[in-house]
Design a protein around this ligand. Structure first.
Ligand code: DGJ
Length: 757
């Protein structure tokens, strides 16, 4: 995928110098445009008579045009418009009164803050001469297959914005990205740099769906009506955060459900301070969602010749409800975003030592766990926190990425080769961005943490944040990780981050550039991940921030899996995982089976715990030393079953049939990409009065095909005369549905359907 290599460049040059060749020619290219018009079915077409661009995906159209004021205006986003006869030229909306200008009433694709513009701007800046007025007009365009670049220019200054639209036709998704170029002869300070705006059709009564949460309670689906005014979803914490996730969906009057209704959705690819501003602008009554860098404490001075790129901002549309919206996102993430998108492979079954041993890791203890894990069929053994420096608890050691010789007298090699001999890959935990004040690294380089001189350095979990925006810190961290990977057979890094920024000072940088810390930090983290992967092509990375605090489409270009939540309690997980699945694919959703009673005191049966975790990328995080032989027997069977269905779970289509937010039953179905297998997970939360579980009507099956039904137990209620072994029609499964004999508290089952030829 092209944007990986360009991202490598971008991370080095987030505020790049414009080379002569980088600027896009600002004169028209009529021959190119005519060729595009003629090309029916092209993802990007220009209609020169109308000055309109049509961005077509398989099922949607996104249309923009240049209006009579020469502004770039959004004209349409939704179901595909099939006839060119229907297209119309852009024309601004009239002013409402002297208070509400035409500029503010009109759907400007990338409004600068200036003139009579009062909505959330896409770009706000101050020139060195004090001018703060920015009015962007259309300058030129280029089309390259599925990519459209539109160049805007200020009405006076040589300030340019290149808007790049990339069309992902099969997934009905479009990516927007902006590059702000200063070609003036003075410094321009960017105060807000957004990637763009998504407009939904002017309507009535829209509803916003988004993901909120906290540590051990991430990705909670939240819904509310969109009222006039502004709703800001954001992170000001330095990373993506578990408090809000940069994803949204909008439907009309709250009427869309899993199967029906129009849903517009979007997401940002950025793991630092981000902002999504959802507005219903009076008096236009226009719902719009602006997204990009958070402008809070943001400032980026661009010297003459410098440029600034914004994060990718993705948008998609589904006419078949939230279920299809999620499936489009999942497909897009698997096909275009994840590191293995070109050569997809299923995620291995993982064991992680954290909940079993916490900081008490040593060679003998880890070997004992590894031996037991291997017997269960585990394929990747990950040693978590505690293996380095003086790391006996969370008060010391972070930053000292050297093997603790009391715990591992001969280094990690004996453990790693033992794990490899057992047939498993080896993974290791790091928290590269952090130091404990009680560490050799901090004693040597106290200036390496972000700080304001003379002010407190606030600790959280007894740790401080390294200023990764500094290139010397970035290079040091890269070199220690690179060395560990070069000297040991480490296949997988769990990259953790257990606190947010505080006192984000960068005293070594010139004062006007110090606020760049927010962006440069993230670019450098990306840089390290990208360069580690380039230097160690087999490496896989997990993104963790005390759970699901760094999950977004930016980090997902660089990591294979994410830690969903430190809340591993299976019943809670149903909610967390459901929210996660609205935006992100099951394949990357790391889900462990852990011991009971869990932190919240709840105990659920081992089968229930396994089936919950088997809906994502299965891991085991239990203390295997305490498991009985019955537990081992059941777990071995479950791991085997998982391996027989994981391609369907990880690479298939997810249908959320019953939500844990709504009733006593949760049910999810996954249908394999080739349609040959479907699996249904069902969980009864708590039964009262022997009330039977509701019928489960399946989705995504061929009505005329026959499916052989297998279960892991005898909980399928088979109507007399029906023989699940001989096959049951898709029509029956969809319309009549399945009935399951689930009883009591935390009962669960798995149904596997194989299509008969
Ligand atoms: C927080 C993570 O979420 C846990 O899984 C574990 O890795 C700990 N950090 C280790 O300190």
């Amino acid at each position: 995928m092209e944007h990986h290599s360009s991202d490598l460049r971008a991370s080095a040059l987030w505020k790049g110098i414009i080379l002569g060749t980088l600027g896009i020619s600002i004169f028209f290219a009529p021959a190119l445009m005519r060729a595009q018009v003629a090309g029916n079915g092209a993802p990007v077409r220009y209609l020169p008579d109308l000055k309109v661009w049509v961005l077509d995906t398989a099922r949607t159209s996104y249309i923009i045009g240049v209006n009579e004021r020469n502004e770039l205006q959004n004209l349409y986003w939704g179901e595909k418009l099939v006839s060119d006869h229907d297209f119309f030229a852009a024309h601004s909306r009239p002013e409402h009164a002297s208070f509400d200008s035409s500029e503010t009433m009109t759907n400007n694709e990338y409004p600068g803050w200036g003139g009579k513009y009062y909505n959330e701007p896409s770009l706000k800046l101050t020139l060195a001469d004090g001018d703060r007025d920015l009015v962007l007009k259309y300058a030129s365009q280029e089309i390259h297959a599925n990519r459209l670049v539109i160049r805007l220019k200020d009405i006076q200054y040589d300030l340019f914005v290149n808007l790049t639209y990339t069309v992902f036709a099969q997934e009905d998704i479009i990516r927007k990205q902006a590059e702000i170029q200063n070609r003036t002869s003075q410094v321009v300070t960017v105060e807000s740099a957004q990637s763009g705006v998504w407009y939904v059709p002017r309507g009535e009564g829209y509803r916003l769906t988004y993901l909120t949460g906290r540590w051990a309670g991430e990705t909670q689906l939240t819904r509310e009506p969109i009222e006039p005014g502004k709703k800001v979803l954001e992170s000001r914490r330095g990373n993506t955060s578990g408090q809000m996730n940069p994803w949204f969906a909008i439907d009309e009057r709250g009427e869309a459900d899993e199967e029906h209704g129009r849903v517009w959705f979007g997401a940002l690819g950025w793991s630092g301070n981000w902002k999504l501003t959802v507005e219903d602008t009076p008096p236009a009554h226009q719902v719009r969602v602006t997204g990009g860098y958070n402008d809070f404490d943001f400032s980026c001075p661009l010297k003459p010749g410098e440029s600034l790129s914004t994060p990718p901002y993705y948008g998609g549309f589904s006419s078949q409800g939230f279920g299809e919206a999620s499936r489009l996102m999942h497909r897009f993430e698997r096909d275009e975003i994840l590191p293995d998108h070109a050569h997809p492979h299923v995620r291995p079954v993982m064991y992680n030592s954290w909940e079993a041993t916490e900081f008490n890791v040593d060679e003998a203890g880890q070997k004992a766990l590894a031996e037991k894990a291997a017997k269960l069929g585990v394929e990747l053994f990950v040693m978590d926190d505690g293996w380095f420096g003086q790391r006996n608890n969370d008060r010391a050691g972070l930053g000292d990425w050297f093997v603790n010789r009391q715990k591992f007298p001969n280094g990690l090699k004996p453990l790693i080769s033992y794990v490899n001999r057992l047939g498993m890959d080896f993974g290791l935990w790091f928290e590269p961005e952090m130091v404990n004040p009680d560490s050799d690294l901090y004693r040597k380089h106290p200036d390496w943490v972000m700080n304001f001189p003379g002010r407190p350095r606030s600790e959280a979990r007894h740790q401080l944040v390294l200023n990764m925006a500094r290139d010397d810190v970035k290079e040091y961290i890269f070199s220690v990780l690179d060395k560990m990977l070069s000297e040991n057979n480490i296949k997988y890094i769990k990259w953790d981050m257990n606190r947010h920024f505080s006192e984000p000072g960068w005293p070594e940088a010139p004062v006007p550039e110090q606020k760049e810390i927010w962006v440069k930090y993230v670019r450098n983290v990306y840089w390290i991940m990208d360069h580690l992967r380039a230097a160690h092509p087999q490496l896989e990375i997990e993104s963790c921030s005390g759970g699901g605090g760094r999950v977004d489409l930016g980090v997902l270009e660089r990591v294979d899996e994410v830690w969903t939540s430190d809340d591993t309690e299976a019943f809670d997980r149903l909610r967390i995982q459901e929210g996660f699945s609205f935006a992100y694919p099951p394949k990357v959703m790391s889900a462990w089976v852990t011991d009971v009673p869990n932190l919240n005191g709840r105990s659920t049966p081992l089968t229930f715990r396994f089936l919950v975790a088997m809906q994502g990328s299965l891991g085991i995080g239990a203390n295997l030393n305490k498991w009985s032989s019955d537990d081992f027997a059941l777990a071995t069977q479950m791991v085997n079953t998982y391996k027989s269905i994981r391609a369907t779970v990880q690479e298939g289509d997810l249908y959320r049939l019953y939500s844990p937010r709504e009733g006593n039953l949760t049910a999810n179905e996954y249908v394999s990409a080739d349609g040959k297998q479907a699996v249904v997970f069902a969980f009864l939360h708590s039964q009262q009065f022997l009330w039977p579980a509701p019928t489960i009507n399946l989705r995504g099956l061929e009505e005329n095909a026959l499916y052989r039904i297998k279960t892991i137990d005898n909980k399928l209620i088979v109507p007399p005369g029906l023989n699940p072994e001989n096959g049951v029609s898709g029509s029956f499964l969809v319309h009549h549905g399945l009935n399951l004999d689930l009883r009591g508290d935390y009962d669960s089952t798995l149904v596997i359907l194989e299509k008969l030829d």
